[in-house]
Design a protein around this ligand. Structure first.
Ligand SMILES: O=C(O)CCC(=O)C(=O)O
Length: 278
């Protein structure tokens, strides 16, 4: 593992072609080894309930008493300074703006994800079902959003790395594709692949690298067959000007617009910080 992150990297025409063709792009190493260590420590702290700041966290921790199950918490940036620094990183914002060919990038929300290692045990508890992120985010006016999944260790299929379905962002929104929590990967594949070309691509990442996937790209992940946890920090990002689409689907972000959000109201307050603006 090298200690230097490639923080001067600029998106090339080829990167954009890859993102537009495949629905995802793998970055160079964005975080240096010290930041990776600090984020691994941030994981320990948030799971232990040791939060930065004095506020009452409103984040969503999908706690499950089963130790083999996936741990996931949204809006880690509200309660941990290191996560905040990472998911609001202007460099990540600029890479995303260049991939989307847009001028401003804001945070939609983040996720802190911990997938326990289960060794040889046969369990689906750590699976993330095939889904489209926009399947959850239909209250956003713009499906051209990007998820930046940052690996905090070398990640491949042995430790339950993510897989994306090549080119699936071109299929548009598939009904009921909000199936993150359905661990039955095969059933979901049968449902979504029907009549479509289904090509699974593993996202193989070194620690500190990230995959950037389009919000309509199908993705999911299987068991972590090692004995070490798979940890990641994830930034879900949107172009500036993205606004509320009323009456479509409930999402907690609409509550962050105030007591009576209205159609067309921009997600542009302090809950949705700007990472990058040209
Ligand atoms: O961590 C995983 O395996 C999947 C995460 C995911 O679905 C996402 O970040 O959009």
């Amino acid at each position: 593992m090298t200690s230097q992150a490639e923080r001067t990297y600029k998106i090339t025409a080829q990167d954009k072609d890859t993102f537009n063709r495949d629905g995802y792009w793998i970055s160079p190493k964005l975080l240096d080894d010290d930041q990776i260590e600090r984020l691994r420590r941030a994981h320990e702290r948030v799971w232990a309930g040791d939060y930065d700041g004095d506020g009452l966290p409103m984040n969503h921790y999908h706690a499950n008493p089963n130790p083999d199950s996936l741990r996931k918490l949204d809006n880690g940036w509200w309660i941990n300074d290191e996560i905040r620094k990472t998911v609001t990183d202007p460099f990540i914002g600029e890479l995303t703006a260049d991939l989307l060919e847009t001028d401003e990038i804001r945070l939609w929300h983040d996720q802190v994800i911990y997938k326990p290692g289960v060794g040889d045990k046969e369990t689906k508890s750590g699976n993330v079902g095939w889904h489209q992120d926009y399947g959850y985010w239909q209250c956003s006016s713009n499906p051209n959003m990007v998820t930046v999944w940052i690996a905090l260790q070398d990640t491949d299929l042995t430790n339950g790395g993510m897989m994306t379905i090549l080119g699936s962002h071109k299929w548009g929104l598939i009904p009921d594709s909000n199936t993150f929590f359905d661990p039955n990967m095969e059933e979901l594949r049968n449902k979504y692949a029907a009549g479509r070309e289904w090509v699974e691509e593993p996202c193989i990442l070194k620690a500190g690298q990230a995959s950037f996937h389009h919000a309509l790209t199908f993705h999911g992940s299987g068991a972590n067959k090692t004995n070490e946890p798979r940890m990641s920090v994830v930034a879900h990002l949107m172009p500036g000007g993205t606004s509320y689409r009323a009456g479509v689907q409930r999402h907690d972000n609409s509550r962050l617009l105030g007591p009576r959000p209205y159609h067309g109201q921009a997600f542009a307050n302090e809950y949705f910080p700007v990472l990058f603006k040209r």
